[in-house]
Structures are given as structure tokens and as C-alpha cells.
Design a protein around this ligand. Structure first.
Ligand code: E4P
Length: 218
């Protein structure tokens, strides 16, 4: 499973891209609004920081306006992926934008059937929202497992499962085990993936012993 980062914060993206753990970026209208900047400027800057796909979401709800907004966003940079919602107009827009050669990320997915429609309309990515399903008392990872089984049953589907609304390191591990191709992870959760108390205490003990030994490597 690969990692995208779920943020529009360019400083975080620049840092994580430098570490080399980023295969792409996802944004949504709430994340872009939080920056206080224009979507065109933010997406253009992010697209220069990462080579992989950068998802930018339409805010229109009709098919025609989604296609128009999607084309405008796609014009920002070659690595823009257009996000459309899992609605009937969204699936129509997905089909049309794919026919125009665009990469489409179908978002706000909460069921395997929505994922089936996304694959049939040519989406490059389907984004099942794990955390938001957990919020209403379901197990969001179950939907990833179902989508994996459905996609594996039809080898003509090329849509990648992009586990979204990831809130904890446990979500990351469970999404990977359930067969997600990618997880889009908020920066704070991504940093937590490296954390383990035994790593910290082990490192502290090694360094204390080394200091007592009085040796140097360089
Ligand atoms: C996905 O592309 C969305 O931006 C995101 O994962 C939503 O996460 P949230 O439910 O934590 O807002």
C-alpha cells in the first residue's frame, strides 16, 4: 500500500515530500478553505512539490458544472486528479472527464456499490471514507474489504482503492491488510506511524551506553 497525504498545508507537504514517503496528495474543499488561499494557487504550489497525483475537488453538484470545474482544475497542472462526489451527476462527470483523458478520484464513497459505479465509469481512484463510517458505528474497513473483493472479481477494473478519512495508525494498518492500494493520511497520523515507545526507550539506552564508552564514529 502506498501513501498520499490528506492536507492542503504546503509546508507539511514539502517536509513529507523531502522525507520521500509521499506518492501523492489529496485535498478537499474544507482543507483548501482552511488555508485561506485560492484553490488555484494552493493546488499549483502543491503540484510543484510532488510528482504524483494531487486531488482537487469540484464544488459543483450538477454534471455540466462538475465537468466545467474539473476541466478548469485539470488545467492547473498535469498531475491534477479531479475529485467528484459519489452521486449520479458525479458518476456521469467521472465518465466524461475520463473520456477527456483526465484522472478522476471518486470521493465521499461509503458503500461497495458506489465503488462499483466508480470503476464502471472509469475512475482512477475510489475514496471510501473509513473514519466517517466508524463515526456512525460501522466498521469502515469492511467497505474496503468488500470493494477489494468486487474489484478482484473483474480484472478489467483499473480503479485503485484509496482509503480515506483515516484517523489513526490502526486505520492505516487495517486498510493495508484489507487490500487498499493507497491510504491518504493526515500529516499528524503519518508522523505517528513511526512512533513506538520501545523504539524510544531502546534508542535512549543505546545512546547512554555509547556515551559511557566514549567512542565516536566520525
Ligand atoms: C479524502 O480525500 C478526504 O479529504 C478525507 O480523507 C476526509 O477525511 P475526514 O473524514 O477526516 O474529514
Amino acid at each position: 500500500m502506498r501513501f498520499f497525504v490528506d492536507t492542503a498545508d504546503v509546508r507539511e507537504i514539502a517536509y513529507l515530500a523531502g522525507v520521500g514517503v509521499l506518492d501523492g496528495v489529496t485535498t478537499n474543499p474544507s482543507l483548501v478553505a482552511k488555508t485561506g488561499r485560492s484553490i488555484h494557487d494552493v493546488i499549483a504550489e502543491i503540484c510543484q512539490l510532488v510528482e504524483g497525483p494531487v486531488s482537487a475537488e469540484v464544488t459543483a453538484t450538477s454534471f455540466e458544472d462538475m465537468v466545467a470545474q474539473g476541466e478548469r482544475l485539470a488545467g492547473i497542472a498535469a498531475n491534477v486528479a479531479i475529485k467528484v462526489p459519489s452521486t449520479w451527476d458525479g458518476f456521469r462527470a467521472c465518465r466524461t472527464l475520463c473520456q477527456h483523458g483526465r484522472k478522476v478520484n471518486v470521493t465521499l464513497c461509503f458503500s461497495a456499490n458506489q465503488a462499483l459505479l466508480a470503476a464502471q465509469t472509469g475512475a482512477a481512484y475510489i475514496s471510501p471514507f473509513v473514519g466517517r463510517l466508524d463515526d456512525i458505528g460501522l466498521d469502515g474497513v469492511d467497505v474496503i474489504r468488500e470493494i477489494r473483493a468486487i474489484y478482484d472479481n473483474d480484472k478489467s477494473f483499473k480503479t485503485k482503492i484509496l482509503a480515506s478519512s483515516i484517523r489513526t495508525p490502526l486505520h492505516v494498518k487495517r486498510a493495508a491488510m484489507a487490500g487498499a492500494d493507497i491510504a491518504t493520511v493526515p500529516p499528524a497520523v503519518l508522523r505517528n506511524l513511526a512512533k513506538h515507545p520501545l523504539t524510544d526507550s531502546g534508542l535512549e539506552a543505546f545512546l547512554a551506553d555509547w556515551e559511557k564508552a566514549g567512542q565516536t564514529i566520525l
